[in-house]
Design a protein around this ligand. Structure first.
Ligand code: IPM
Ligand code: MN
Length: 370
């Protein structure tokens, strides 16, 4: 018996999560395990009513679960950033989910926009660092004359741009990206361990040619971790070049390890080459704590309640959840049932079909039970 927390969230979140739960329950029947779901009412609706994002008590309670199954957050009525930072990032950071695992795999029967490429060419995993970099939330915005905590920044910029420190006319802002040796090490170890179970190749992504302090440390740690995994072939790439290669030569990649922000960016590109955002799952993993599984897309408020969106990204995220719980066979079974559903043509509008959200979930569940 596994206890799993479920957070539908906003927009289409609840309806896609329902399909995911349906499929995982069917997987349980087939592979002989039970999931006890506990629903948490966290999201924009409650925030608008009570001002609460995710409370300390909820964080404490959630920390007792091995896994959280998450829909999506984001709502037009709330200023951008509030829900993202107050709920999603809050949980990633609180539970120290330092690996953001994002498979980029073209399923059989799905079209990629990349000419001449097929499922055998597009099958890699992005391991995105998930608790550091520009996501640490250290920054400020202020006028030149204001006394602020980081006078140094102000003074440096005054010198650099010849700004008048006493004048109110100039305004500057800064945001700090923080990496730690241990933060780099642990995510890179995860990436290399994963590569050892796959094609034994790891590509590192950074921008050490410009942001040489943070990504200089990243590179240094990468070469140390590499030394501990002699059987794995490695490559150092710059983030701008890697976007080009994802498109031109996706078959080059097996495991790609990236700092947080570049990982955010390149996985949206990855989602497109695997057929669209409706197909891209993600796991926020703390190997010894509470992990959280979600589609990488947002809450698509304009489709809310219409029952037409694609639940595959969420169902696939459910497969990652099962894998995390140690139900490897069931996880593979779910992915195969997703491919079977695509083969049977039971697909939503984004994939050129006419199926409803629930039809897809029903079909995946039925194939699993067979
Ligand atoms: C993602 C999202 C989030 C991120 C946002 C919603 C905070 O874009 O999961 O990729 O930037 O990590
Ligand atoms: Mn993103």
């Amino acid at each position: 018996m596994y206890r799993v927390a479920a957070i539908g969230g906003d927009g289409i979140g609840p309806e896609i999560l329902d399909e995911g739960k349906k499929v995982l329950d069917a997987a349980g029947e087939k592979y002989d395990f039970d999931i006890e779901w506990t629903d948490f009412d966290i999201g924009a609706e409650r925030y608008l009513e009570t001002g609460e994002l995710v409370t300390e008590e909820e964080l404490k309670e959630l920390s007792g679960y091995p896994a959280i199954y998450f829909g999506s957050i984001g709502d037009d009525r709330v200023k951008p950033g509030i829900l993202e930072k107050g709920i999603l990032l809050k949980m990633r950071f609180s539970f120290d989910e330092y690996v953001n695992l994002r498979p980029i795999r073209l399923l059989h029967g799905i079209q990629t926009p990349l000419a001449g490429k097929g499922p055998e060419d597009i099958d890699f995993v992005v391991v995105r660092e998930n608790t550091e970099d520009f996501y640490v939330g250290i920054g400020s915005r202020f006028r030149q004359s204001e006394k602020k905590e980081l006078e140094v920044v102000r003074d440096l910029y005054s010198v650099k741009f010849g700004l008048d420190v006493e004048s109110d006319a100039e305004e500057i802002a800064y945001q700090i990206g923080v990496l730690s040796r241990e933060g780099c090490r642990r995510v890179m170890e995860y990436a290399f361990d994963l590569a050892e179970r796959r094609q034994r190749r790891v590509a590192s992504v950074d921008k050490a040619n410009v942001l040489s302090d943070v990504y200089g440390l990243w590179r240094e740690v990468f070469s140390e971790v590499e030394g501990r995994h002699p059987g794995v072939a490695t490559e150092l790439t710059f983030v701008d070049a890697v976007t080009m290669w994802f498109v031109k030569n996706p078959e080059w990649f097996d495991v790609v390890v990236t700092p947080n922000m570049f990982g955010d960016i390149v996985t949206d590109l990855g989602a497109m080459i695997q057929g669209g955002l409706g197909l891209a799952p993600g796991g926020n993993i703390n190997p010894t704590g509470t992990s959280m599984f979600e589609p990488i897309h947002g809450s698509a408020p304009k489709y809310r309640g219409l029952g037409v969106v694609n639940p595959i990204a969420t169902i696939w995220a459910g497969a990652l959840l099962l894998d995390h719980l140690g139900e490897h066979e069931a996880a593979e079974g779910v992915v195969q049932a997703i491919e079977g559903t695509i083969r049977d043509g039971v697909v939503t509008r984004d994939l050129g079909g006419a199926a409803k959200t629930a039809d897809v979930g029903d079909h995946v569940a039925a194939l699993l039970r067979r």
